[in-house]
Design a protein around this ligand. Structure first.
Ligand code: ZN
Length: 186
């Protein structure tokens, strides 16, 4: 979630306080960050999530999910990327809305169904859209999973994210949707 301060009450013309974000907030931010394109959020249909890896961290109350996203009809032909989401504050002692999975360690786990607007998440994808447009601003938003890109890479050329807003690429969007379709998230 980000805030623009009220300019009447602040000497700085624009000031942003960056905080952690839910999936819903990152999605809405990605849509708002590029008001002149709908390609990102409307280009998820051809993408298929062909496999999922689940890694629960019970002590940390987090759940790491990595998807394999394939697009047979990408702009440069077949493409394959790995969107990933780390969910925070996962309830592994559910007494309602129970979800059961077999994790990557082949053990069963139970947790309370996740919420798009209830859990803060960290996200990452190895595609160019995420790397150039969202990696750095998700880092500032404390919503980036893993390392931020190097400063050297972020210099030069026109701004890749003119409004400097956090967000997500279409592969992460599709992974969230696949988890919703599977009943893991609501
Ligand atoms: Zn991506």
């Amino acid at each position: 979630m980000y805030y623009n301060s009220d300019p009447l009450h602040n000497s700085m013309p624009e000031f942003r306080l960056w905080l952690e974000s839910t999936a819903r907030e990152l999605y809405d931010s990605a849509v708002a960050a590029f008001p002149n394109t709908t390609r990102r959020q409307h280009a998820t249909d051809p993408i298929r999530i062909v496999s999922l890896e689940w890694t629960p961290f019970l002590g940390l109350k987090t759940l790491f999910i990595k998807g394999l996203a394939q697009n047979p009809d990408g702009t440069r032909g077949f493409s394959e990327y790995q969107p990933m989401i780390l969910w925070k504050n996962v309830n592994y002692n559910p007494n309602r809305r129970v979800v059961e999975i077999i994790a990557s360690d082949r053990q069963p786990y139970r947790f309370e169904r996740l919420e798009y607007n209830g859990h803060d998440v960290l996200v990452r994808c190895d595609c160019g859209d995420f790397h150039w447009r969202f990696n750095y601003y998700d880092y500032l938003d404390k919503s980036l999973y893993g390392r931020k890109r190097s400063k050297y890479e972020s210099q030069g050329g026109p701004p890749a994210n003119p409004q400097e807003m956090p967000g997500m690429c279409k592969h992460i969007m599709k992974l969230f949707k696949a988890l919703g379709d599977a009943g893991v998230v609501e």
